[in-house]
Design a binder for this molecule. Structure first.
Ligand SMILES: *Cc1c(COP(=O)(O)O)cnc(C)c1O
Length: 376
């Protein structure tokens, strides 16, 4: 039987079970406990954040981030369009309206010039958005400096969705720590995983304290259960934080393995006509969380979808690049600024199997399969 090669699967290290066993031995299964505190501290050290709150998912972290940025019903929030829906769904949880912004071709992330122009236009008519959510896509940081400069100039808080880019760098630092609030994800397909989980980071201690408060049902300081605002049940469990502590220790190895996958793909396929890899911007290190490429049908012979289906027949899971959010039926009524680049990347873009646990044979099966599809 041919083995199924999946897009991105969990890859445990040696210490996760020991940390989980510790949680069992001390009966610190729930609620929050020492692993949660340690995970937050160790995470801060890894990404260079001042404060962090561990929560149940990246989506939960972003929901809290937007609420803490003061987003109210009816507000507008700018958001990258080329991304997973979870970058924008928390905007709608707060009954605010996303306005989607296109990518640039060099990073595939939000176009800083387009963002600046949009803010300038909105400032002129007195309709600035209440926040900007940028995404660091597929393991690559957005071009943060010009984005931050534009947001500062118009005094719009920047929230960074770094769910896909733990381990990446921007000018030597981790994306996610530049804006008012950043979020990360430890979902099962991410570069490290707690099976499910997320982290909210900020340099502002009060914001992170408030995030913890809201994530634990917003209990006032009283012996009885008293609540002055409505909160959420969003905290990460001590057991899962134990997994996270083990995973953090192998992050560098996971980054190297994923970058290695990408190098193997590039060497084997980079010269095929019509194939272009997602560029790595020169301002930092991309983790290549997923190796992505575009396929130009005229040069390659067949289109992205045919490649994907042929791979699927050989038990190789590849996925189209994110469908831009402005094309999603649920966001049909939302405004979009630009959009053609994200649409093109979606039409032609493919994500290849990229797990840090792929073997040399797995990679060879994928590259050979794609090379055989070429009919240019
Ligand atoms: C995975 C992901 C999220 C959501 O994280 P979860 O932990 O799955 O809730 C948010 N944004 C992006 C860009 C993601 O890829």
């Amino acid at each position: 039987m041919t083995k199924q090669i999946l897009l991105s699967t969990p890859h445990m290290g040696d210490l996760e079970q020991k940390f989980v066993q510790e949680a069992f031995d001390t009966n610190w299964i729930a609620p929050v406990g020492p692993h949660v505190d340690a995970f937050e501290q160790e995470f801060c050290q890894v990404v260079g954040a001042k404060h962090a709150a561990a929560v149940s998912s990246g989506t939960a972290a972003l929901h809290l981030a937007l609420e803490l940025a003061g987003i109210q019903p009816g507000d507008e929030v700018f958001c990258s369009t080329l991304t997973f829906i979870a970058s924008a769904s928390p905007i709608t949880y707060l009954k605010a309206k996303p306005v989607f912004i296109d990518s640039d071709r060099t990073t595939w992330n939000i176009d800083p010039n387009l963002l600046r122009e949009a803010l300038e236009k909105r400032a002129k008519i007195g309709k600035l958005p209440k926040a900007v959510v940028i995404v660091h896509l597929y393991g690559q940081s957005a071009d943060i400096d010009p984005i931050l400069a534009a947001c500062s100039e118009y005094e719009v808080p920047l929230i960074e969705d770094a769910a896909e880019s733990l381990g990446a760098t921007y000018k030597g630092k981790s994306p996610g720590i530049f804006g008012k609030i950043g979020i990360f994800s430890f979902n099962g397909n991410k570069i490290i995983t707690t099976s499910g989980g997320g982290m909210l980071v900020s340099d502002d201690e009060n914001i992170v304290a408030r995030a913890r408060f809201l994530a634990t049902q917003a209990r006032d300081n009283a012996p009885h259960y008293q609540h002055s605002v409505v909160g959420y049940n969003y905290r990460l469990s001590n057991v899962l934080a134990g997994i996270g502590r083990g995973q953090l220790r192998v992050l560098e190895a996971r980054v190297n393995a994923r970058r290695h996958n990408c190098e193997v793909y590039q060497q084997a396929l980079g010269k095929l006509p019509g194939i272009e890899f997602m560029p790595e911007a020169d301002f930092g290190r991309a983790t290549r969380w997923l190796t992505c490429l575009t396929i130009d049908q005229a040069a390659f012979g067949v289109d992205r979808e045919q490649v994907r289906l042929t791979l699927a027949k050989q038990k190789i899971e590849a996925r189209p690049v994110w469908k831009p959010l402005h094309l999603q039926p649920v966001f049909a009524e939302c405004e979009v600024i630009g959009g053609a680049i994200a649409e093109d990347l979606f039409d032609r873009g493919l994500c290849l199997p990229s797990g840090s646990n792929l073997t040399a044979e797995d990679l060879q099966r994928v590259t050979q399969a794609i090379a055989e599809i070429y009919t240019g």
